[in-house]
Design a protein around this ligand. Structure first.
Ligand SMILES: [Zn+2]
Length: 139
């Protein structure tokens, strides 16, 4: 709620400590001397620049993960199409397989059952085995 003051126009009813706090723009670092005390940006262009950058950082991460998953898939597919279902993990990692990335995983006592898209496999510290295609995906 706004209150009318004599010569200053409108003054927002924030507590004194908020009024004394002058925040800095998250984008350019400029001190913001007017506006709401909880504002984060000095101007709309700073706000846009900040959000565009964080969005593109998020896109880069997604693309990197997608790239790793697709590489893992191609490597698993190479073996699976040759009829090989059990492979030492070291043979896969030499080819660039990254065992930390999968599309889903269920931890078992002695292994993890992982999926890379429609390929399911058992993963231990040393081996990938029981590789096969799944016809139906878990819900
Ligand atoms: Zn700014």
């Amino acid at each position: 709620m706004k209150t009318k003051t004599a010569n200053k126009g409108y003054e927002l009813p924030y507590p004194e400590e908020f009024r004394l706090h002058k925040p800095f723009c998250l984008e350019c670092g400029k001190e913001m001397v007017y506006g709401r005390p909880d504002r984060k940006f000095c101007c709309p262009s700073c706000k846009n620049r900040y959000h565009n950058r964080s969005e593109s950082a998020s896109k880069r991460i997604k693309l990197r993960v997608q790239h790793i998953l697709e590489k893992n898939y191609r490597i698993l597919l190479t073996f699976l199409e040759s009829g090989i279902r059990d492979v030492p993990l070291s043979s896969l990692t030499v080819m660039g397989f990254n065992p930390l990335y999968f599309t889903s995983s269920v931890k078992q006592k002695k292994c993890s059952i992982c999926m890379c898209f429609d390929i399911i496999y058992h993963l231990t510290a040393r081996n990938v085995y029981n590789m096969e295609f799944v016809n139906t995906l878990p819900k």
